[in-house]
Design a protein around this ligand. Structure first.
Ligand code: G4P
Length: 529
Protein backbone atom coordinates (compact mmCIF):
# COMPACT_ATOMS: atom_id res chain seq x y z
CA UNK A 1 0.00 0.00 0.00
CA UNK A 2 1.30 3.46 -0.83
CA UNK A 3 2.49 5.85 1.84
CA UNK A 4 -0.40 8.23 1.12
CA UNK A 5 -2.97 5.45 1.40
CA UNK A 6 -1.50 4.32 4.71
CA UNK A 7 -1.97 7.84 6.06
CA UNK A 8 -5.49 8.15 4.63
CA UNK A 9 -6.67 5.03 6.38
CA UNK A 10 -5.50 5.90 9.88
CA UNK A 11 -7.86 7.13 12.58
CA UNK A 12 -6.16 7.99 15.84
CA UNK A 13 -8.47 9.10 18.60
CA UNK A 14 -9.16 9.13 22.31
CA UNK A 15 -12.29 8.47 24.32
CA UNK A 16 -12.89 10.94 27.12
CA UNK A 17 -15.47 10.77 29.85
CA UNK A 18 -16.15 11.37 33.49
CA UNK A 19 -15.37 8.14 35.38
CA UNK A 20 -18.17 5.57 35.14
CA UNK A 21 -19.83 7.07 32.08
CA UNK A 22 -18.88 3.95 30.11
CA UNK A 23 -15.51 4.63 28.47
CA UNK A 24 -14.13 1.14 29.12
CA UNK A 25 -17.34 -0.53 28.03
CA UNK A 26 -17.46 1.46 24.80
CA UNK A 27 -13.78 0.80 24.07
CA UNK A 28 -14.40 -2.88 24.50
CA UNK A 29 -17.39 -2.87 22.18
CA UNK A 30 -15.41 -1.05 19.51
CA UNK A 31 -12.68 -3.68 19.78
CA UNK A 32 -15.27 -6.44 19.52
CA UNK A 33 -16.60 -4.94 16.29
CA UNK A 34 -13.09 -4.71 14.97
CA UNK A 35 -12.61 -8.40 15.77
CA UNK A 36 -9.62 -7.41 17.89
CA UNK A 37 -10.98 -9.20 20.94
CA UNK A 38 -13.32 -12.15 21.09
CA UNK A 39 -15.28 -11.56 24.25
CA UNK A 40 -16.51 -8.80 26.50
CA UNK A 41 -14.50 -8.32 29.66
CA UNK A 42 -11.17 -8.61 27.88
CA UNK A 43 -10.26 -4.98 28.30
CA UNK A 44 -9.34 -4.33 31.87
CA UNK A 45 -10.51 -1.10 33.31
CA UNK A 46 -7.56 1.07 34.12
CA UNK A 47 -9.45 3.03 36.65
CA UNK A 48 -8.43 2.94 40.26
CA UNK A 49 -11.10 1.24 42.26
CA UNK A 50 -13.16 3.40 44.49
CA UNK A 51 -11.70 3.74 47.98
CA UNK A 52 -8.34 2.45 46.84
CA UNK A 53 -6.47 5.70 47.38
CA UNK A 54 -3.95 4.26 49.78
CA UNK A 55 -3.70 0.82 48.29
CA UNK A 56 -0.35 0.80 46.54
CA UNK A 57 -0.89 -2.54 44.94
CA UNK A 58 -3.90 -1.02 43.31
CA UNK A 59 -1.75 1.80 41.96
CA UNK A 60 0.76 -0.71 40.61
CA UNK A 61 -2.03 -2.79 39.14
CA UNK A 62 -3.36 0.29 37.48
CA UNK A 63 0.07 1.16 36.09
CA UNK A 64 0.39 -2.34 34.69
CA UNK A 65 -2.95 -2.13 32.99
CA UNK A 66 -2.34 1.29 31.65
CA UNK A 67 0.80 0.08 29.83
CA UNK A 68 -1.23 -2.70 28.28
CA UNK A 69 -4.07 -0.45 27.22
CA UNK A 70 -2.11 2.67 26.33
CA UNK A 71 -2.81 2.17 22.66
CA UNK A 72 -5.43 -0.19 21.35
CA UNK A 73 -5.18 -0.69 17.62
CA UNK A 74 -7.44 -2.63 15.30
CA UNK A 75 -8.60 -2.80 11.71
CA UNK A 76 -12.16 -1.97 10.72
CA UNK A 77 -13.52 -1.59 7.18
CA UNK A 78 -10.06 -1.12 5.79
CA UNK A 79 -9.20 1.54 8.35
CA UNK A 80 -6.47 1.29 10.95
CA UNK A 81 -7.97 2.52 14.19
CA UNK A 82 -5.71 3.61 17.06
CA UNK A 83 -7.48 4.28 20.33
CA UNK A 84 -5.30 6.13 22.80
CA UNK A 85 -6.32 5.31 26.32
CA UNK A 86 -6.80 8.11 28.81
CA UNK A 87 -6.82 7.49 32.56
CA UNK A 88 -10.28 7.94 34.03
CA UNK A 89 -9.21 8.96 37.51
CA UNK A 90 -9.26 12.72 37.93
CA UNK A 91 -5.94 12.73 39.79
CA UNK A 92 -4.34 11.64 36.53
CA UNK A 93 -6.02 14.34 34.44
CA UNK A 94 -2.66 15.80 33.45
CA UNK A 95 -1.83 12.51 31.74
CA UNK A 96 -5.06 12.74 29.81
CA UNK A 97 -4.33 16.32 28.74
CA UNK A 98 -1.02 15.17 27.31
CA UNK A 99 -2.54 12.23 25.52
CA UNK A 100 -4.94 14.67 23.89
CA UNK A 101 -1.96 16.26 22.12
CA UNK A 102 -1.50 12.99 20.25
CA UNK A 103 -5.05 12.35 19.05
CA UNK A 104 -6.61 13.52 15.82
CA UNK A 105 -10.15 13.42 17.20
CA UNK A 106 -12.09 12.35 20.29
CA UNK A 107 -15.31 10.65 21.31
CA UNK A 108 -16.92 12.14 24.41
CA UNK A 109 -19.03 9.70 26.44
CA UNK A 110 -21.83 11.12 28.58
CA UNK A 111 -24.07 9.22 30.99
CA UNK A 112 -27.70 9.89 30.05
CA UNK A 113 -28.74 10.09 33.71
CA UNK A 114 -25.87 12.18 34.98
CA UNK A 115 -25.45 14.53 32.04
CA UNK A 116 -22.36 16.68 31.72
CA UNK A 117 -20.04 16.03 34.69
CA UNK A 118 -17.04 17.90 36.00
CA UNK A 119 -14.33 15.84 34.36
CA UNK A 120 -16.10 15.97 30.99
CA UNK A 121 -16.17 19.74 31.19
CA UNK A 122 -12.44 20.03 31.82
CA UNK A 123 -11.44 17.60 29.11
CA UNK A 124 -13.79 19.01 26.51
CA UNK A 125 -12.44 22.47 27.23
CA UNK A 126 -8.93 21.28 26.37
CA UNK A 127 -10.21 19.74 23.13
CA UNK A 128 -12.12 22.88 22.28
CA UNK A 129 -9.06 25.03 22.82
CA UNK A 130 -7.23 22.90 20.29
CA UNK A 131 -10.14 22.60 17.86
CA UNK A 132 -10.05 18.82 18.09
CA UNK A 133 -13.00 17.28 16.24
CA UNK A 134 -15.39 15.69 18.74
CA UNK A 135 -18.23 13.20 18.50
CA UNK A 136 -20.54 12.89 21.51
CA UNK A 137 -21.95 9.51 22.56
CA UNK A 138 -24.79 9.65 25.07
CA UNK A 139 -24.68 6.32 26.85
CA UNK A 140 -26.86 4.09 29.05
CA UNK A 141 -30.10 4.72 27.19
CA UNK A 142 -31.37 1.43 28.60
CA UNK A 143 -31.66 3.25 31.92
CA UNK A 144 -34.05 5.97 32.99
CA UNK A 145 -32.27 9.17 32.14
CA UNK A 146 -32.80 12.75 31.20
CA UNK A 147 -34.90 14.04 28.35
CA UNK A 148 -32.87 13.98 25.14
CA UNK A 149 -33.53 17.65 24.31
CA UNK A 150 -32.60 18.76 27.83
CA UNK A 151 -29.37 16.84 27.56
CA UNK A 152 -28.54 18.29 24.17
CA UNK A 153 -29.16 21.76 25.65
CA UNK A 154 -26.88 20.98 28.54
CA UNK A 155 -24.14 19.72 26.24
CA UNK A 156 -24.41 22.94 24.21
CA UNK A 157 -24.39 25.21 27.22
CA UNK A 158 -22.00 23.58 29.66
CA UNK A 159 -19.55 22.37 27.05
CA UNK A 160 -20.02 25.25 24.60
CA UNK A 161 -20.51 22.82 21.73
CA UNK A 162 -22.73 23.09 18.68
CA UNK A 163 -24.43 19.74 18.55
CA UNK A 164 -25.93 17.93 15.58
CA UNK A 165 -27.95 14.84 16.56
CA UNK A 166 -27.06 11.99 14.20
CA UNK A 167 -29.37 9.57 15.95
CA UNK A 168 -32.32 9.95 18.29
CA UNK A 169 -33.71 7.60 20.94
CA UNK A 170 -37.17 6.14 20.70
CA UNK A 171 -38.24 6.11 24.33
CA UNK A 172 -35.85 5.68 27.21
CA UNK A 173 -35.20 3.40 30.15
CA UNK A 174 -38.08 0.96 30.51
CA UNK A 175 -39.72 2.30 27.38
CA UNK A 176 -36.55 2.36 25.32
CA UNK A 177 -37.50 0.84 22.00
CA UNK A 178 -34.70 1.74 19.72
CA UNK A 179 -32.89 4.42 17.84
CA UNK A 180 -33.76 6.42 14.80
CA UNK A 181 -30.62 6.95 12.80
CA UNK A 182 -30.75 10.31 11.08
CA UNK A 183 -27.40 9.68 9.44
CA UNK A 184 -28.35 6.45 7.69
CA UNK A 185 -32.12 6.99 7.78
CA UNK A 186 -33.05 3.75 9.48
CA UNK A 187 -34.44 2.46 12.73
CA UNK A 188 -32.67 0.02 15.01
CA UNK A 189 -34.99 -1.83 17.32
CA UNK A 190 -34.15 -3.40 20.63
CA UNK A 191 -35.30 -6.92 21.19
CA UNK A 192 -38.30 -6.73 23.49
CA UNK A 193 -37.54 -8.80 26.52
CA UNK A 194 -33.90 -8.84 27.51
CA UNK A 195 -32.74 -5.67 25.72
CA UNK A 196 -29.46 -7.31 25.07
CA UNK A 197 -29.46 -7.23 21.32
CA UNK A 198 -30.58 -5.34 18.35
CA UNK A 199 -33.55 -7.22 17.02
CA UNK A 200 -33.58 -5.71 13.62
CA UNK A 201 -32.54 -2.77 11.55
CA UNK A 202 -35.20 -1.39 9.29
CA UNK A 203 -34.62 1.08 6.52
CA UNK A 204 -37.09 3.93 6.80
CA UNK A 205 -37.37 6.23 3.86
CA UNK A 206 -40.35 8.11 5.17
CA UNK A 207 -41.03 8.91 8.81
CA UNK A 208 -44.74 9.06 8.04
CA UNK A 209 -44.73 5.39 7.09
CA UNK A 210 -47.33 3.33 8.97
CA UNK A 211 -44.70 0.66 9.34
CA UNK A 212 -43.19 2.62 12.25
CA UNK A 213 -46.52 2.54 14.11
CA UNK A 214 -46.57 -1.22 13.76
CA UNK A 215 -42.98 -1.53 14.93
CA UNK A 216 -42.95 0.70 18.00
CA UNK A 217 -46.62 1.47 18.62
CA UNK A 218 -48.64 4.48 17.53
CA UNK A 219 -47.79 6.66 20.55
CA UNK A 220 -44.05 6.17 20.34
CA UNK A 221 -44.15 6.61 16.57
CA UNK A 222 -46.02 9.92 16.86
CA UNK A 223 -43.63 11.16 19.53
CA UNK A 224 -40.69 10.20 17.34
CA UNK A 225 -42.17 12.11 14.37
CA UNK A 226 -42.63 15.22 16.51
CA UNK A 227 -39.19 14.94 17.97
CA UNK A 228 -37.45 14.47 14.65
CA UNK A 229 -39.35 17.45 13.26
CA UNK A 230 -38.06 19.46 16.21
CA UNK A 231 -34.53 18.14 15.75
CA UNK A 232 -34.58 19.08 12.09
CA UNK A 233 -36.02 22.48 12.96
CA UNK A 234 -33.62 23.36 15.76
CA UNK A 235 -30.30 21.84 14.88
CA UNK A 236 -28.08 22.48 11.88
CA UNK A 237 -27.49 19.70 9.40
CA UNK A 238 -24.23 17.87 9.61
CA UNK A 239 -21.35 19.57 7.87
CA UNK A 240 -18.13 17.60 7.80
CA UNK A 241 -15.89 20.62 7.44
CA UNK A 242 -17.43 22.21 10.51
CA UNK A 243 -16.95 18.98 12.43
CA UNK A 244 -13.33 18.81 11.32
CA UNK A 245 -12.75 22.43 12.30
CA UNK A 246 -14.19 21.75 15.74
CA UNK A 247 -17.17 24.05 15.26
CA UNK A 248 -19.87 21.36 15.12
CA UNK A 249 -20.21 18.12 17.07
CA UNK A 250 -22.27 15.13 15.95
CA UNK A 251 -24.18 13.35 18.74
CA UNK A 252 -25.15 9.68 18.96
CA UNK A 253 -27.35 7.95 21.49
CA UNK A 254 -26.97 4.35 22.60
CA UNK A 255 -26.08 1.82 25.22
CA UNK A 256 -22.52 0.56 25.16
CA UNK A 257 -23.29 -2.26 27.57
CA UNK A 258 -26.04 -3.61 25.33
CA UNK A 259 -24.14 -2.95 22.17
CA UNK A 260 -26.76 -0.55 21.06
CA UNK A 261 -25.92 2.37 18.82
CA UNK A 262 -22.24 1.42 18.87
CA UNK A 263 -21.99 0.14 15.31
CA UNK A 264 -23.75 3.27 14.06
CA UNK A 265 -21.21 5.31 15.94
CA UNK A 266 -18.27 3.35 14.60
CA UNK A 267 -19.53 3.31 11.00
CA UNK A 268 -20.03 7.04 11.05
CA UNK A 269 -16.75 7.58 12.86
CA UNK A 270 -14.64 5.78 10.25
CA UNK A 271 -16.34 7.75 7.53
CA UNK A 272 -16.13 11.25 8.99
CA UNK A 273 -13.29 11.23 11.53
CA UNK A 274 -10.08 12.92 10.40
CA UNK A 275 -7.04 11.13 9.08
CA UNK A 276 -3.77 12.22 10.73
CA UNK A 277 -3.71 15.99 10.85
CA UNK A 278 -0.88 18.44 10.26
CA UNK A 279 0.86 19.60 13.43
CA UNK A 280 2.22 22.98 14.35
CA UNK A 281 5.80 23.10 15.53
CA UNK A 282 7.61 26.17 16.81
CA UNK A 283 9.30 26.42 13.43
CA UNK A 284 6.55 25.52 10.94
CA UNK A 285 3.42 23.50 10.18
CA UNK A 286 4.33 19.89 9.43
CA UNK A 287 2.18 17.85 7.04
CA UNK A 288 1.72 14.10 7.62
CA UNK A 289 2.61 13.25 4.03
CA UNK A 290 6.03 14.88 4.16
CA UNK A 291 8.69 12.31 3.36
CA UNK A 292 10.89 12.85 6.36
CA UNK A 293 9.97 11.41 9.69
CA UNK A 294 9.03 13.64 12.63
CA UNK A 295 7.33 12.67 15.87
CA UNK A 296 7.08 13.63 19.52
CA UNK A 297 7.01 11.96 22.92
CA UNK A 298 3.65 12.38 24.65
CA UNK A 299 3.90 9.79 27.36
CA UNK A 300 6.62 8.02 29.30
CA UNK A 301 5.99 4.89 31.22
CA UNK A 302 8.40 3.60 33.81
CA UNK A 303 9.17 -0.06 33.94
CA UNK A 304 7.16 -1.92 36.52
CA UNK A 305 10.19 -3.98 37.41
CA UNK A 306 12.51 -1.95 39.66
CA UNK A 307 15.49 -4.05 38.49
CA UNK A 308 15.07 -2.72 34.98
CA UNK A 309 15.18 1.00 35.05
CA UNK A 310 14.31 1.42 31.39
CA UNK A 311 11.15 3.17 30.45
CA UNK A 312 8.80 3.10 27.52
CA UNK A 313 8.49 6.39 25.67
CA UNK A 314 5.39 6.71 23.48
CA UNK A 315 5.94 8.56 20.24
CA UNK A 316 3.24 9.88 17.98
CA UNK A 317 4.34 9.88 14.38
CA UNK A 318 3.45 13.18 12.76
CA UNK A 319 5.08 12.84 9.34
CA UNK A 320 7.06 10.37 7.22
CA UNK A 321 7.74 6.80 8.25
CA UNK A 322 9.41 5.68 11.42
CA UNK A 323 11.81 2.85 10.68
CA UNK A 324 13.55 0.39 12.91
CA UNK A 325 17.34 0.87 13.21
CA UNK A 326 17.34 4.16 11.35
CA UNK A 327 19.18 7.01 13.09
CA UNK A 328 16.99 9.89 14.17
CA UNK A 329 17.81 13.23 15.73
CA UNK A 330 16.71 13.74 19.31
CA UNK A 331 16.35 17.48 18.92
CA UNK A 332 16.61 18.61 22.58
CA UNK A 333 19.81 16.62 23.16
CA UNK A 334 21.11 17.21 19.66
CA UNK A 335 22.03 13.53 19.46
CA UNK A 336 21.42 10.82 16.88
CA UNK A 337 19.59 7.81 18.25
CA UNK A 338 18.61 4.44 16.77
CA UNK A 339 15.94 2.07 17.96
CA UNK A 340 16.40 -1.64 17.46
CA UNK A 341 13.10 -2.75 18.93
CA UNK A 342 10.34 -0.19 18.55
CA UNK A 343 6.96 -1.54 19.64
CA UNK A 344 3.69 -1.21 17.82
CA UNK A 345 0.51 -1.76 19.81
CA UNK A 346 -2.44 -3.96 19.08
CA UNK A 347 -5.53 -4.70 21.07
CA UNK A 348 -3.91 -6.94 23.62
CA UNK A 349 -0.26 -7.13 22.74
CA UNK A 350 2.72 -5.18 21.54
CA UNK A 351 5.09 -6.30 18.82
CA UNK A 352 8.36 -5.14 17.34
CA UNK A 353 7.60 -3.25 14.18
CA UNK A 354 9.78 -2.32 11.19
CA UNK A 355 7.81 0.60 9.77
CA UNK A 356 5.13 2.84 11.27
CA UNK A 357 3.13 5.61 9.62
CA UNK A 358 1.74 9.02 10.59
CA UNK A 359 -1.05 8.57 13.12
CA UNK A 360 0.62 5.52 14.63
CA UNK A 361 2.14 5.32 18.06
CA UNK A 362 5.43 3.52 18.66
CA UNK A 363 6.80 2.63 22.04
CA UNK A 364 10.56 2.82 22.39
CA UNK A 365 12.78 1.72 25.23
CA UNK A 366 14.49 4.61 26.91
CA UNK A 367 17.08 4.64 29.62
CA UNK A 368 16.25 8.10 30.83
CA UNK A 369 17.05 10.30 27.83
CA UNK A 370 13.54 11.36 26.90
CA UNK A 371 11.22 13.91 28.38
CA UNK A 372 7.60 14.47 27.59
CA UNK A 373 7.36 16.84 24.65
CA UNK A 374 10.67 15.83 23.05
CA UNK A 375 10.82 15.80 19.26
CA UNK A 376 12.54 13.29 16.96
CA UNK A 377 13.34 14.10 13.34
CA UNK A 378 15.61 13.02 10.49
CA UNK A 379 17.85 16.03 11.10
CA UNK A 380 15.67 19.11 10.84
CA UNK A 381 15.37 21.25 13.95
CA UNK A 382 11.71 21.03 14.83
CA UNK A 383 10.12 21.43 18.25
CA UNK A 384 6.51 20.42 18.54
CA UNK A 385 4.38 22.71 20.59
CA UNK A 386 1.42 21.94 22.69
CA UNK A 387 2.29 19.85 25.70
CA UNK A 388 1.61 22.52 28.26
CA UNK A 389 1.58 22.12 32.03
CA UNK A 390 -1.47 23.42 33.81
CA UNK A 391 -1.29 24.91 37.26
CA UNK A 392 -1.42 22.07 39.77
CA UNK A 393 -4.15 22.00 42.41
CA UNK A 394 -2.01 20.77 45.32
CA UNK A 395 1.41 21.92 46.49
CA UNK A 396 3.73 20.39 49.06
CA UNK A 397 7.38 20.78 50.00
CA UNK A 398 9.28 17.58 49.51
CA UNK A 399 11.93 16.77 52.14
CA UNK A 400 14.62 14.16 52.14
CA UNK A 401 13.95 11.64 54.92
CA UNK A 402 17.20 9.72 54.50
CA UNK A 403 20.25 12.01 54.22
CA UNK A 404 22.41 9.16 52.89
CA UNK A 405 20.16 8.77 49.88
CA UNK A 406 19.90 12.33 48.63
CA UNK A 407 21.43 11.46 45.26
CA UNK A 408 18.85 8.75 44.72
CA UNK A 409 16.09 11.08 45.84
CA UNK A 410 16.99 13.82 43.37
CA UNK A 411 17.45 11.37 40.53
CA UNK A 412 14.09 9.80 41.34
CA UNK A 413 12.31 13.16 41.53
CA UNK A 414 13.92 14.19 38.27
CA UNK A 415 12.85 11.08 36.41
CA UNK A 416 9.33 11.00 37.82
CA UNK A 417 8.88 14.62 36.73
CA UNK A 418 10.15 13.76 33.22
CA UNK A 419 7.47 11.09 33.16
CA UNK A 420 4.96 13.80 33.99
CA UNK A 421 3.81 12.30 37.29
CA UNK A 422 3.80 15.79 38.85
CA UNK A 423 5.44 19.19 38.50
CA UNK A 424 8.49 20.41 40.32
CA UNK A 425 9.07 24.00 41.41
CA UNK A 426 12.26 25.27 43.04
CA UNK A 427 11.85 28.26 45.30
CA UNK A 428 14.00 31.26 44.40
CA UNK A 429 14.41 32.19 48.05
CA UNK A 430 16.06 29.05 49.37
CA UNK A 431 16.13 26.41 46.69
CA UNK A 432 13.52 24.26 48.43
CA UNK A 433 11.66 21.87 46.19
CA UNK A 434 7.91 21.95 45.84
CA UNK A 435 5.87 19.24 44.18
CA UNK A 436 2.64 20.29 42.52
CA UNK A 437 0.01 17.73 41.56
CA UNK A 438 -3.48 17.55 40.14
CA UNK A 439 -4.70 15.17 42.83
CA UNK A 440 -3.60 14.17 46.30
CA UNK A 441 -3.12 10.58 45.16
CA UNK A 442 0.04 11.48 43.27
CA UNK A 443 1.90 12.24 46.51
CA UNK A 444 1.43 8.67 47.60
CA UNK A 445 2.43 7.39 44.19
CA UNK A 446 5.62 9.49 44.27
CA UNK A 447 6.54 8.44 47.80
CA UNK A 448 5.94 4.80 46.99
CA UNK A 449 7.85 4.86 43.74
CA UNK A 450 10.79 6.82 45.17
CA UNK A 451 11.16 4.18 47.81
CA UNK A 452 10.63 1.12 45.62
CA UNK A 453 12.37 2.21 42.45
CA UNK A 454 15.08 4.52 43.76
CA UNK A 455 15.58 3.44 47.36
CA UNK A 456 14.94 6.99 48.59
CA UNK A 457 12.63 8.21 51.32
CA UNK A 458 10.75 11.48 51.44
CA UNK A 459 8.32 13.38 53.60
CA UNK A 460 6.00 16.21 52.63
CA UNK A 461 5.10 19.48 54.21
CA UNK A 462 2.02 21.44 53.28
CA UNK A 463 2.38 24.66 51.42
CA UNK A 464 -0.51 27.01 50.99
CA UNK A 465 -0.69 27.85 47.32
CA UNK A 466 -3.82 28.70 45.38
CA UNK A 467 -2.35 28.62 41.86
CA UNK A 468 0.98 28.49 40.13
CA UNK A 469 1.05 31.39 37.66
CA UNK A 470 3.62 31.53 34.91
CA UNK A 471 4.95 35.09 34.80
CA UNK A 472 5.18 37.04 31.57
CA UNK A 473 6.59 40.56 31.91
CA UNK A 474 5.89 43.07 29.15
CA UNK A 475 9.41 44.33 29.63
CA UNK A 476 11.80 42.41 31.90
CA UNK A 477 13.83 45.56 32.32
CA UNK A 478 11.15 47.95 33.54
CA UNK A 479 10.97 49.17 37.14
CA UNK A 480 7.58 47.59 37.74
CA UNK A 481 8.92 44.13 36.99
CA UNK A 482 12.01 44.66 39.10
CA UNK A 483 9.78 45.80 41.94
CA UNK A 484 7.61 42.69 41.53
CA UNK A 485 10.67 40.43 41.67
CA UNK A 486 11.84 42.11 44.86
CA UNK A 487 8.52 42.34 46.71
CA UNK A 488 7.29 38.87 45.79
CA UNK A 489 10.65 37.14 46.05
CA UNK A 490 9.36 34.71 48.69
CA UNK A 491 6.63 33.48 46.36
CA UNK A 492 8.67 33.01 43.26
CA UNK A 493 9.94 29.70 41.94
CA UNK A 494 11.35 28.18 38.77
CA UNK A 495 9.67 25.27 37.01
CA UNK A 496 11.65 22.47 35.39
CA UNK A 497 12.09 24.48 32.21
CA UNK A 498 13.51 27.34 34.25
CA UNK A 499 10.46 29.49 33.67
CA UNK A 500 9.50 31.91 36.42
CA UNK A 501 6.36 31.03 38.37
CA UNK A 502 4.48 33.06 40.95
CA UNK A 503 2.96 30.86 43.66
CA UNK A 504 -0.10 32.87 44.68
CA UNK A 505 -1.50 31.85 48.04
CA UNK A 506 -5.06 33.02 47.33
CA UNK A 507 -7.25 34.35 44.60
CA UNK A 508 -7.26 37.67 46.43
CA UNK A 509 -3.45 37.88 46.46
CA UNK A 510 -3.40 37.13 42.77
CA UNK A 511 -5.94 39.87 42.05
CA UNK A 512 -4.07 42.38 44.16
CA UNK A 513 -0.77 41.46 42.53
CA UNK A 514 -2.29 41.82 39.12
CA UNK A 515 -3.63 45.26 40.03
CA UNK A 516 -0.33 46.42 41.48
CA UNK A 517 1.66 45.17 38.48
CA UNK A 518 -0.62 45.70 35.49
CA UNK A 519 2.16 45.26 32.94
CA UNK A 520 2.83 41.66 34.03
CA UNK A 521 0.74 38.79 32.73
CA UNK A 522 0.01 35.77 34.93
CA UNK A 523 -0.84 32.51 33.18
CA UNK A 524 -2.29 29.26 34.57
CA UNK A 525 -0.67 27.36 31.71
CA UNK A 526 3.05 27.00 31.14
CA UNK A 527 2.87 27.36 27.39
CA UNK A 528 1.25 30.71 26.90
CA UNK A 529 3.12 32.16 23.95
P1 G4P B 1 -15.60 4.18 32.69
O1 G4P B 1 -14.57 3.38 31.97
O2 G4P B 1 -16.06 5.38 31.93
O3 G4P B 1 -15.26 4.53 34.09
O4 G4P B 1 -16.94 3.29 32.79
P2 G4P B 1 -17.16 1.74 32.59
O5 G4P B 1 -17.15 1.37 31.16
O6 G4P B 1 -16.32 0.98 33.51
O7 G4P B 1 -18.67 1.68 33.06
C1 G4P B 1 -19.08 2.07 34.35
C2 G4P B 1 -20.31 1.28 34.76
O8 G4P B 1 -21.39 1.58 33.88
C3 G4P B 1 -20.11 -0.22 34.67
O9 G4P B 1 -20.89 -0.81 35.70
C4 G4P B 1 -20.71 -0.56 33.32
O10 G4P B 1 -21.15 -1.91 33.24
C5 G4P B 1 -21.88 0.39 33.27
N1 G4P B 1 -22.33 0.69 31.90
C6 G4P B 1 -21.57 1.03 30.83
N2 G4P B 1 -22.36 1.21 29.74
C7 G4P B 1 -23.63 1.00 30.14
C8 G4P B 1 -24.90 1.03 29.47
O11 G4P B 1 -25.02 1.28 28.28
N3 G4P B 1 -25.99 0.75 30.23
C9 G4P B 1 -25.91 0.44 31.56
N4 G4P B 1 -27.04 0.19 32.19
N5 G4P B 1 -24.74 0.39 32.21
C10 G4P B 1 -23.61 0.67 31.52
P3 G4P B 1 -20.28 -1.26 37.06
O12 G4P B 1 -21.37 -1.90 37.82
O13 G4P B 1 -19.56 -0.11 37.71
O14 G4P B 1 -19.15 -2.22 36.66
P4 G4P B 1 -19.27 -3.71 36.18
O15 G4P B 1 -19.29 -4.47 37.45
O16 G4P B 1 -20.51 -3.85 35.38
O17 G4P B 1 -18.04 -3.89 35.38
Amino acid sequence: MSFKKEIERRRTFGIIAHPDAGKTTLTEKLLLFGGAIQEAGAVKSNKIKKGATSDFMEIERQRGISVATSVLAFEYEGKKINILDTPGHKDFAEDTFRTLTAVDSVIVVIDVAKGVEEQTEKLVEVCRMRNIPMIVFINKLDREGRDAFDLLDEVEQKLSLRVVPMSFPIGMGYDFKGIYNLWEKNINLFSGSNRKNIEETIEISDLESKEIDTLVGKKAADTLREEIELVEGIYPTFDRDEYLNGTQQPVFFGSALNNFGVRELLDCFVEIAPKPRPKQSEERLVQPDEKEFTGFVFKIHANMDPNHRDRLAFIKIVSGTFERNKPYLHVRNNKKVKFSSPNAFFAEKKEIVDVSYPGDIVGIHDTGNFKIGDTLTEGEIINYKGIPSFSPEHFRYINNADPLKSKQLYKGIDQLMDEGVAQLFTLELNGRKVIGTVGALQYEVIQYRLEHEYGAKCTYENLNVYKACWVEPTDPKNEEYKDFLRVKHRYLAKDKQDQLVFLADSQFTLQMTQQTYPSIKFHFVSEYK
